[in-house]
Write a protein that binds this ligand. Structure first.
Ligand code: ACO
Length: 422
């Protein structure tokens, strides 16, 4: 059987045949038929907007790989900074490359004093940390006059390094501000995850990061580092396609992530579990979702229709964390909810399974993060994925400024009516 597709325009009888490669055919076929013919594809359900060699995802088989490496192996054997190197450079680092990369990241964690004193201090005392984070990332670019030199490799690599190194510092700063706590400077002797936890929670001199919790933080960062063309990454690519600087583009991607259907879901999960409050109320909650009163947050995924491999790893990490922190009482509700949903035809027939957010919120809560910080915790590692996609887009000769077409459904031409006659 030929790997081609033939499209016939029944209005004219004209037809084109184009090759199918890896299940994809080029939309140039439509342009060949009629340059004014467009596909109506809201939310890009059937549209590949780019070719990418970063992350492979098979939703039906529950497969997720970064640069070919299965997520399960990376979560078990690697560290977040090694995975960041892998994503950005396409290969695992040698020992020397890794230590140079770690050293460079560690030495770019500081941020300009004015960011804190003049910028962050200007927020209202109860500002949402994610709103602060998004604004602070955009503002960070104004501190570097080479931020816009995106086509000079040395400069662009420097911005990647700065952003990867500084996002935990900014995140912790936003949190400390919202708590009215003094800012803790980055500590170069600590690992990426340890340093972040230290900047977040250090009060006094005797704070020591538990290695199990630091490792859990690292695993969560690995799992969230990239997930191909989701809403935030698409925002990153669209903004980058206008050749904006990486700080502005990252802020735009983070803005998309802020939405409750995307990165805000784990915050919504904990709120939902808190509202349910007790295992005895799980059946009534399930019924209310089935009756159309809200969604079961942390369930369902646009791509994973069987299981989300990240959810499996996270569930295991949750139990490791609870060994140290003590059991999160909401876990019992979560487990009962998962069990009830997975044995209910409403969820099974719609292929709704727990996604990465179903358990991550419980871990974050056990680690001591307030729910408002959850999306920020997602944005820290995802910054690596976003920047990797920007890098790929800028090197892709087939990419142009993003500019989809629309299907106009408004009124036809009409004459302006003076206000007195309306
Ligand atoms: N609870 C109840 N019903 C659901 C849920 C849910 N969580 N998710 C989907 N459905 C139902 C829909 O109502 C719809 O039912 P219908 O066919 O009777 O109308 C059907 O399942 C298909 O749903 P869609 O909205 O078309 O699925 P889509 O792929 O567009 O949505 C999404 C994916 C946004 C993730 C959705 O499943 C959802 O809202 N989940 C809850 C929020 C969440 O957990 N988001 C995190 C995603 S992971 C991430 O971003 C990191």
């Amino acid at each position: 059987m030929a790997d081609t597709i033939t499209i016939i325009d029944d209005r004219t009888g004209k037809k084109v045949t184009v090759p199918i490669t890896d299940g994809v055919f080029s939309s140039s076929a439509l342009r060949d038929l009629d340059p004014n013919l467009f596909m109506y594809d809201p939310a890009y359900l059937s549209t590949a907007s780019c070719a990418s060699s970063i992350t492979y995802l098979d939703g039906d088989a529950g497969i997720l790989r970064y640069r070919g490496y299965p997520i399960e192996q990376l979560a078990e054997k690697s560290t977040f900074l090694e995975v960041a190197y892998l994503l950005i450079n396409g290969q695992l680092p040698t020992a020397t490359e890794l230590s140079t990369w770690q050293l460079n990241v560690t030495h770019h964690t500081m941020i300009h004093e004015n960011m804190r004193k003049r910028f962050v201090d200007g927020f209202h005392y109860d500002a949402h940390p994610m709103g602060m984070f998004i604004s602070a990332i955009a503002a960070l670019g104004t501190f570097y006059d080479d931020a816009k030199d995106i086509f000079e490799k040395e400069s662009f690599d420097k911005q990647i390094l700065r952003l990867v190194a500084k996002v935990p510092t900014i995140a912790a700063m936003c949190y400390r501000f919202s708590q009215g706590l003094p800012f803790v400077s980055p500590n170069n002797a600590l690992s990426y995850g340890e340093n972040f936890l230290n900047m977040m929670f250090r009060i006094g001199d005797d704070y020591k990061v538990d290695p199990v919790l630091a490792r859990a933080m690292d695993v969560l960062f690995i799992l969230h580092a990239d997930h191909e063309q989701n809403c935030g990454t698409t925002a990153m690519r669209v903004v980058s396609s206008a050749n904006s600087d990486p700080y502005t583009a990252t802020a735009a991607a983070a803005a998309a992530l802020y939405g409750p259907l995307h990165g805000g879901a784990n915050e919504a999960v904990v709120r939902m579990l808190t509202e349910i409050g007790d295992v005895s109320r799980v059946p009534a909650f399930i019924e209310s979702v089935k009756d159309g009163h809200g969604r079961l947050m942390g369930f369902g995924h646009r791509v994973y229709k069987n299981f989300d491999p990240r959810a499996t790893i996270i569930k295991k990490t949750a139990y490791e964390v609870f060994e140290v922190t003590g059991m999160n009482p909401l876990l019992e509700v979560a487990v009962a909810l998962e069990k009830a949903a997975l044995s209910d035809d409403y969820f099974v027939s719609r292929k709704l399974y727990p996604n990465v957010d179903f358990y991550s919120g419980l871990i974050y809560q056990a680690l001591g993060f307030p729910v408002d910080m959850f999306t920020v915790l997602f944005a820290i590692p995802r910054t690596v994925g976003w920047l990797t996609h920007m890098q790929e887009l800028l090197a892709d000769k087939e990419q142009k400024i993003s500019r989809p077409r629309q299907w106009y459904t408004g009124v036809d031409e009409r004459a302006y009516t003076p206000i007195a006659k309306r």
